[in-house]
Design a binder for this molecule. Structure first.
Ligand SMILES: CCCCCCCCCCCCC[C@H](O)CC(=O)SCCNC(=O)CCNC(=O)[C@H](O)C(C)(C)COP(=O)(O)OP(=O)(O)OC[C@H]1O[C@@H](n2cnc3c(N)ncnc32)[C@H](O)[C@@H]1OP(=O)(O)O
Length: 729
């Protein structure tokens, strides 16, 4: 294995046009600058430099990909082998012109290597960027020092602090690359290299330049700092990136490099970098799905999708239609009444128009939507996404119809956030082709898609849904069937604790502030106001939870076997539904207003409510808010792993990062638990459960207890414990 890898990984050397040395970075799949590649590059570059017949050098990447940067996996170990900083310095100092031929991508260390070259030629479709900040790092092979010396400070700062990847044409405009071609970039680079033999190189060595600055650079940098602080949601890497760029302004190149290294070391050892790198690999791991039956992404093929249908053109159906069309799949959009059909059509066409402008899609995209009331048209499609209200009997009625109308091998998907997939499948003649697809609103924007299999769902249906997720540029995560699946089942506990905290003495502002300080873009009460309190109210109604009379054996504050907070129901009954009515947990300037302000009525009401129900108010501190909101959610994550509803902690974490705005620099709830320490999570759950025995969800899960009893193993090894745990169930 090592031998095969070693053979595949190298900086291959060849000669072109007589006097040009071509060095091809070869390390599949994305030519990362791993230890082996750096070693090989060091030798090969020396050879090219030493060969008197070689007059210029071209560096390219194998398989149409220049370089994906440093090998992220190496960041977890010791650094050894030739340093990338020194290799790039060798390239820049070379007396022979060095040209980078960029195809595919030049990212991170890959772009740093290209910046060390004297010229850069890129293919039109290539992408360049410094994504290090998204991994909790900064460009640390001279990138933070060379880029600001090459382009404007504003652009360099933006690219380095956000990690935004740009196309070759944009890179040309900014001055990062010298030429762009839609032909073969390597051929062009070889020709170009031949033409510049013997020309002076001094001005092409970026380390010799000074950073061009705007007139009032100090206030420019201060403003940049304030803006980063405001938007980074507690992430430290963007601030370190700014400090490094700042050094490029005020220090010599060598001093700047030293600063860059210092900051890199600080970041590399931070929990945030670990979390972000974990998240990078976790996202890719979700593609490698598996089902308890043994079916996996490897042994299952997806069906080709030529045409799809969407049933129900409400908010979700509209977004799903647009997402499908953006993915290049023609859609038959179906409604039951003419009025709804026309309304849906108008909005969808205008959404497509916007997408068309934004993404410069071709006109054909707008012609890919057909609108009909005629269900017979469903015969033509390979896949249907039903997106009607979250109501079981309505969904069953539709699936019964689908069963007789669609072709026998059509994949039947239901867009649901909570309902039982198997019950829906039970009314069809093809339950193996029924699969859940939980889209997040707005469906054409949000990246997450929970793909839910029921006990009878076939691996083919899952594979097809996952392929569709990829086609729509979404992150698909395969999960099992249970109420709320993974995301909402956990979220319910987060929300529930927030309501309990209000009952016990907290106020919405306080809870939201703690959650926003943690890194959520919005606290739970602001989110609730934004989406509308009635969404949760309807779910509660569906579950028969609202109104004390409906609860046999229950009381006002105790339902379904545990403590229940009716606060949300009371607000809804009074018509306080959030932003849309101008009042919810906060007050808004008008119905539809967006700026939350202090809701005096709610505060008075909470006081009266506590008095009425004899609730002893207590001081709720920041730690309690965070622990009470997050730990029960995490605890439910352990239950979900135990039950094999999620195949791995990585899957849960990706659902939370992409669907619920969990701050990426905290990895996701399960990774966060491992960072905080499982014993601490367990102790705190025990502590709160002891104080609140009427909240059963505070009782620690047996998997959590087991992991702690086994010395809290690293998250990557939990799988073994879960397997063992399940085999003893
Ligand atoms: C403690 C004191 C130490 C002091 C030492 C000081 C030394 C300083 C030296 C530091 C030098 C730093 C250099 C540099 O600044 C840092 C970096 O370069 S960080 C890396 C930057 N690059 C990226 O972030 C790119 C990440 N990759 C991608 O965005 C995409 O993978 C892609 C390249 C656009 C390709 O996309 P796709 O085609 O869709 O393919 P996948 O994403 O599915 O990837 C395929 C496969 O490859 C794996 N992979 C991709 N990139 C990397 C990588 N950079 N490192 C490792 N592995 C990578 C990916 O995981 C997939 O693997 P699979 O799932 O198939 O197993």
């Amino acid at each position: 294995m090592t031998q095969t890898l070693a053979a595949a990984t190298m900086a291959a050397y060849r000669r072109a046009a007589g006097c040009i040395a071509v060095i091809t970075l070869t390390n599949p799949p994305v030519n990362t600058l791993s230890y082996l590649l750096r070693e090989s590059f060091y030798e090969t570059f020396r050879r090219a430099n030493a060969d008197a017949e070689v007059k210029a050098i071209v560096i390219c990447g194998a398989d149409g990909k220049f370089c994906g940067g440093a090998d992220i996996k190496e960041f977890a170990g010791k650094f050894s082998g030739p340093s990338l900083v020194a290799l790039i310095d060798d390239v820049e100092q070379s007396k022979k012109p060095v040209v980078a031929a960029i195809e595919g991508m030049a990212l991170g260390g890959g772009l740093e290597l290209a910046l060390g070259c004297h010229y850069r030629i890129a293919h039109t479709k290539a992408q360049v960027g410094f994504p290090e900040v998204t991994l909790g790092l900064l460009p640390a092979a001279g990138g933070s020092q060379r880029l600001p010396r090459l382009i404007t400070l504003t652009s360099a700062l933006e690219l380095i602090t956000t990690g935004r990847r740009i196309s070759a044409p944009e890179a040309l405009k900014l001055g990062i690359v010298d030429k762009v071609t839609d032909k073969n970039a390597l051929d062009m680079a070889i020709d170009f290299a031949r033409d510049i033999i013997g020309k002076p190189l001094e001005s092409r060595r970026l380390s010799l330049r000074t950073t061009p600055c705007p007139p009032d650079v100090e206030s420019f940098l201060d403003e940049a700092l304030a803006s980063i602080r405001k938007h980074s949601r507690g992430a430290i890497a963007p601030l370190a990136c700014l400090q490094a760029v700042r050094a490029s302004v005020y220090s010599t190149f060598d001093e700047g490099l030293k600063k860059e290294q210092e900051l890199f070391k600080m970041l590399l050892t931070s929990g945030q970098a670990r979390a972000l790198q974990y998240s990078f690999f976790a996202q890719r791991a979700t593609k490698k799905w598996s089902m308890p039956s043994g079916a996996t992404w490897k042994n299952t093929s997806a069906r080709p999708l030529r045409k799809a249908a969407v049933i129900g053109l409400g908010t979700m159906g509209r977004g799903i239609t647009v997402a499908l069309i953006k993915a290049g799949i023609p859609v038959i959009a179906v409604e039951m009444g003419l009025k709804q059909l026309e309304a849906g059509k108008t909005v969808i066409m205008s959404m497509l128009e916007k997408e068309f402008k934004k993404k410069q899609l071709t006109k054909a995209y707008r012609e890919m939507a057909a609108f009909t009331l005629d269900l017979a048209k469903l015969q033509e499609v390979d896949l249907v996404v039903e997106a009607v209200f979250e109501n079981m009997s309505l969904k069953k009625q539709i699936f019964q119809q689908l069963s007789s109308l669609c072709s026998a091998d059509a994949i039947l998907c239901t867009n649901t956030s909570t309902l039982d997939i198997d019950e829906i499948a039970s009314v069809t003649t093809t339950p193996h082709l029924v699969v859940g697809m939980h889209f997040f609103a707005p469906a054409h924007v949000m990246k997450l898609l929970e793909v839910i299999y029921g006990p009878r769902t076939s691996p083919t249906a899952v594979a097809t849904a996952m392929q569709l997720a990829q086609q729509m540029e979404k992150v698909g995560v395969v999960v099992g069937n249970c109420n709320g699946f993974v995301g909402n089942r956990m979220f319910k506990l987060y929300a529930e604790q927030a309501y309990f905290l209000l009952e016990e003495g907290a106020i919405p502002e306080q809870v939201d502030q703690v959650l926003e300080d943690f890194g959520f873009p919005m606290g739970i009460f602001k989110v609730s106001d934004l989406s509308g309190l009635d969404i949760e109210w309807k779910i509660r109604q569906e579950q028969g939870l609202t109104g004390p009379k409906q609860i046999p054996g229950g009381s006002f504050r105790h339902r379904a076997g545990g403590r229940y907070s009716p606060l949300l129901d009371i607000l809804c009954e009074r018509g306080y539904l959030g932003q849309k009515t101008g009042q919810g947990w906060y007050l808004y300037e008008k119905p539809g207003g967006r700026v939350p302000t202090f809701n005096l009525w709610l505060h008075k009401f909470l006081e009266e409510y506590r008095e009425l129900h004899g609730i002893q108010k207590h001081y709720v501190g920041q730690d309690e808010i965070l622990e009470r909101c997050l730990y029960p959610l995490i605890n439910m994550g352990f239950h979900i792993l135990e039950e094999r509803i999620a195949a791995s902690p990585e899957d849960i974490d990706i659902i939370y990062v992409f669907g619920y705005s969990w701050p990426r620099h905290w990895g996701g709830p399960m990774f966060y638990a491992s960072m905080v320490g499982l014993p601490r999570v367990l102790d705190k759950l025990n502590y709160y459960h002891e104080i609140h025995p009427d909240i059963p969800t505070l009782e620690p899960s047996s998997l959590l207890k087991k992991l702690v009893a086994n010395g809290s193993p690293p998250i990557g090894t939990w799988g073994a414990f879960i397997k063992e745990h399940n085999s003893k169930l």
